[in-house]
Write a protein that binds this ligand. Structure first.
Ligand code: FA5
Length: 357
């Protein structure tokens, strides 16, 4: 390799450097040697770099011509360097292919694509049905204040209705000491959060996860999803609630499924109802069916007209506005739609189950 030059740069000297550098490079067969070559010619103290630096000692005219030559030589060497690296890599690949007898004609192994969880699929399907009816989609926190989960829903401390939602409390002290934190037991707290943040007319659905401290069975999980619905405006009646939910059920299950409304009690609606669909397993016949517990019906949602006290709590004029709300369980809906006989399959992480959707 050539030693760095202390002589003033000349055209001849640059040509010599370029020639010997090229010859040397062409003889190199591995990347380490090529890197050494790069350092010795093009590095900070490399031969050509030293020449370029010495240009300042020349007068202006010479600097222009010799400078142009030196730059050209530098560009040429950099191009040759790139070509050499490519050549060495290609040669290594060819060598490895022939030594390892790689059969490039073999078909590739298909990569395993994931898919959406059945709950995600059904939640999206439910939301799309409501979006088509003019509803928007919003989401809210899973870790919630007692204030929104209960109080704003007309369920004050000590109210017996709190027992309807077996609650998982979070060990966190509210600095004001007034309220506790919990894992939301339903998506209904979002009713108050949405109404507090905007004025009517409101039409939203709220998908999200809920948690309850309860034993599991074929239709009950301790963590599950809900999709909440809320519509508030002037002149909304119970007929709007029924019409919307009928339309939803027919879109999801088909026109032929039977739908049943029964009176139910939720402190945040008046009147309140629950809606059931005829059981897929026994076709509504009961006869010892463990899915519908012999009733012939599977409950999929609770609903009702928003209670005037809830409207008052968020500062709405209860004499001007009315509204309806509902909360449904997507896993139960998927069970009905696809004939799944146990809700616990959803979160058992068994690929044989999940791959079917
Ligand atoms: C509620 O949670 C009310 N917030 C619903 C509501 C909203 C009523 C708005 C009125 C107005 P409920 O506890 O019944 O109600 O639950 C609603 C739905 O969630 C049930 O119909 C069921 O589909 C689903 N669900 C409830 N508990 C479970 C559970 N342990 N596992 C799976 N799904 C459940």
């Amino acid at each position: 390799m050539t030693e760095p030059s202390a002589q003033p740069p000349t055209a001849q000297r640059i040509e010599e450097i370029a020639r010997s550098a090229t010859a040397e490079l062409d003889s190199l067969e591995n990347l380490e040697a090529v890197d050494q070559w790069r350092i010795s010619y093009l590095g900070r103290r490399g031969t050509l770099t030293t020449v370029l630096r010495a240009l300042s000692s020349l007068d202006v005219d010479e600097r222009r011509t010799i400078g142009a030559l030196a730059n050209e030589a530098k560009n040429t060497l950099e191009d040759r360097l790139e070509q050499r690296v490519r050549h060495i890599n290609e040669a290594a690949l060819t060598r490895s292919a022939s030594q390892n007898r790689l059969d490039v004609t073999l078909p590739g192994r298909p990569s395993k694509a994931g898919r959406l969880h059945p709950t995600t699929q059904i939640v999206r399907e439910i939301c799309s049905a409501f979006v088509a009816m003019g509803f928007g989609v919003v989401e809210g926190p899973e870790v919630e204040w007692e204030h929104y989960n209960f109080e704003m829903l007309n369920i004050p401390k000590g109210h017996p209705a709190r027992d309807m939602w077996n609650t998982l409390w979070v060990d966190y002290e509210d600095p004001s000491g007034e309220q506790a934190m919990l894992l939301r037991t339903h998506t209904s707290p979002m009713q108050a959060r949405v109404m507090e943040s905007r004025e009517p007319p409101i039409r939203v659905v709220v998908p999200g996860k809920c948690y309850r401290y309860e034993a599991t069975d074929a239709t009950h999980e301790w963590h599950f999803y809900q999709v909440e619905g809320l519509a508030v405006g002037e002149g909304i009646t119970f007929a709007d609630l029924k019409g919307t939910l009928y339309e939803f059920a027919h879109r999801l299950f088909g026109e032929e499924r039977q739908i049943r409304f029964r009176c139910d009690y939720f402190p945040f609606v008046e009147p309140g109802v629950d809606m059931s669909i005829d059981c897929f397993a026994c076709q509504g016949q009961g006869g010892g069916c463990r899915i519908c517990r012999d009733s012939g019906w599977i409950e999929i949602l609770g609903a009702g007209m928003v209670h005037p006290k809830v409207l008052e709590k968020v500062g709405y004029d209860k004499d001007r506005y009315t509204g309806f709300a509902f909360g449904m369980g997507p896993e139960r809906i998927a069970m009905l739609k696809y004939g799944i006989d146990d809700i616990r399959h959803f979160y058992a992480n068994d690929l044989r189950f999940l791959r079917q959707f």
